[in-house]
Write a protein that binds this ligand. Structure first.
Ligand code: ATP
Length: 367
């Protein structure tokens, strides 16, 4: 096992800065995910950890050891690539044994180690099968076995499930987690799929345009995104451009930019840190945090609106509710009230003040 530290890392390819100002500390045994849209620098970062690329600036450490310019074969990392990169005309055994043979491990030991790892990934019956005759999921297991057989300190997985269909992907997700827990190996998982990231990771780093926007546990990232990019990339969110009218220790009073619609927000310490920020601010609230009231109540953040459309998903119902010029998305669990929600119906909605966060907008304007 090993912890990994990236210190102020930058990687440039000519004029293209693929990764910049990157500081990360991945703990021993952690399942850590790099999440972000295509081209945001996830693979480049993974490759700097594997040693396939050296950073233009900054340091890569395993534990306290400086690994920045150590070649890949001396790093003791196991990597699984998106396209598996297996040798199609070799057998399962030969594919998995390859890395051990390169390391000049004695034949008997190679045999035992390959058999052990094939047992772990449940492929012991396929030892002599050619890789080209395996299904996608089985090939993925061979790729995992090949990475694990060298007993790496660190396991690096680059979008390992993207070539599998939805059902197999679910199966392999639990398989990867099971293996990671069994081997207790520090693992970095690259994906652009938020559901994978949320369900598998101990912690997630969210990337965009070569920069890391937030690092946190899945609940931190979902419940307390630090800006609009993270909020929008993970789950659904209502974002409204606002200005702050006044704030005291407990509450922040805000309104839309044209001065209409006032909101009261519970003052999290986080909001104080936003004072003096250059960016436009947004009020953010998840659609499932908004309540539809049975009857009108007096209180802050209660608005009369009209249902514009209703999307029925069985267990949940998504509404778009128009409040004057605003449209809010409201997601509700399907309960006894669901038949009341029809297009054109008036409803009272409440935005609970402790569920609202004010965040800076770093990626363009919203309502
Ligand atoms: N070898 C290279 N030469 C030049 N530019 C590169 C090279 N590798 C990556 N880039 C650029 O660096 C940026 C980050 O690429 P990277 O592959 O790390 O993104 P990614 O987040 O892994 O994307 P994807 O999910 O599509 O694989 C992109 O703009 C990409 O075009």
């Amino acid at each position: 096992m090993a912890s990994i530290k990236l210190e102020n890392v930058q990687k440039a390819f000519g004029n293209v800065i693929a990764v910049d100002h990157l500081d990360l500390h991945i703990k021993d045994g952690e399942f850590f995910t790099f999440l972000g849209p295509s081209g945001c620098g996830k693979t480049t970062t993974l490759r700097m950890i594997a040693g396939f690329y050296y950073p233009t600036k900054g340091l890569v450490r395993f534990g306290e050891k400086d690994m920045t310019r150590v070649p890949p074969e001396k790093r003791n990392t196991g990597m699984v690539f998106q396209n598996y990169a297996l040798f199609p005309h070799m057998t399962v055994f030969e594919n998995v044994a390859f890395g051990l043979k390169v390391r000049k491990i004695p034949v008997n030991e190679v045999k035992t180690r390959v058999q052990d790892v094939l047992h772990k990934v449940r492929l012991e019956k396929y030892t002599d099968r050619q890789v080209s005759q395996l299904s996608g999921g089985q090939q993925q297991r061979v790729a995992l076995a090949r990475a694990l057989v060298i007993e790496p300190q660190i396991l690096l997985l680059d979008e390992p499930l993207s070539n599998l269909d939805a059902k197999l992907r679910d199966e392999m997700r639990s398989e990867i987690l099971r293996l990671q827990q069994e081997y207790k190996i520090t693992t970095i998982y690259v994906t652009h799929d938020q559901a994978e990231a949320l369900s598998m990771s101990d912690r997630i780093a969210v990337f965009n345009f070569g920069e890391c926007h937030q690092v946190g546990t899945p609940t931190e990232i979902y419940n307390t995104p630090t800006n609009d990019f993270v909020a929008r990339f993970i789950g659904e969110i209502n974002l409204l451009s606002i200005k702050v009218d006044r704030a005291d220790e407990e509450k922040v009073h805000v309104s839309l930019l044209d001065g209409s619609e006032h909101f009261v927000v519970h003052n999290h310490p986080f909001h104080i840190a936003l004072e003096g920020k250059k960016e436009q601010l947004a009020l953010s609230i998840r659609p499932e945090a908004i309540k539809v009231l049975d009857n009108y109540m007096k209180g802050p953040n209660i608005f009369k609106g009209t249902i514009m459309d209703v999307e029925f998903f069985g267990s949940v119902i998504n509404l778009n509710v128009k409040i004057n010029k605003l449209v809010l998305q409201v997601n509700l669990l399907n309960d006894h009230r669901s038949s009341n929600f029809k297009e054109g119906t008036d409803v009272y909605v409440q935005l609970p003040e402790d569920q609202i966060r004010i965040i800076p907008m770093v990626s363009g304007d919203v309502t």
